[in-house]
Design a protein. Structure first.
Length: 147
């Protein structure tokens, strides 16, 4: 049987990500399981291998990475450089094009609302950009100049 979403019954597709060096893909192992089968194809060698992202096997392995592929942000695990976790953050976020700076929002630690942050992965530095955002705030993405 084809795996379907528990949320809305839609067919759960195989997800592919091609960064020009590797094509990673993941799909559910079986309909009643959340466990994923994860593989990676390397364009240069033409070889297919197992892909082991730093996400539990029964969590979705979706990610976005910096333009050069040095850093990855996994929606269910946080920001990594290879297998080293740099930032524990789960939720929406985006890379500023051509940089190692990641933008994301989270609930404010003090008071109410949301805060917008920038994380510089090279410096391992987190900076608050905007405070007092409404809980309905959503991040569409950064401009090409990062401003």
């Amino acid at each position: 049987m084809v795996p379907t979403s528990e949320w809305n019954g839609a067919v759960v597709p195989v997800s592919f990500d091609d960064d020009g060096r590797f094509v990673t893909f993941a799909m559910r192992k079986e309909e009643k399981s959340f466990e994923e089968v994860r593989q990676r194809f390397e364009w240069k060698s033409g070889k297919m291998t197992s892909w082991n992202p730093p996400v539990p096997a029964d969590f979705w392995s979706g990610f976005v990475q910096s333009d050069d592929g040095m850093y990855q942000y996994y929606w269910n695990a946080g920001l990594f450089q290879g297998s080293t976790k740099l930032l524990q953050q789960i939720g929406a976020g985006a890379w500023i094009p051509g940089t190692h700076r990641f933008i994301f929002a989270e609930a404010a630690k003090e008071g109410e609302g949301m805060e917008l942050f920038q994380f510089d992965a090279d410096r391992k530095q987190r900076t608050v950009l905007v405070t007092g955002l409404s809980y309905g705030f959503s991040l569409l993405g950064p401009s090409s100049d990062g401003k």
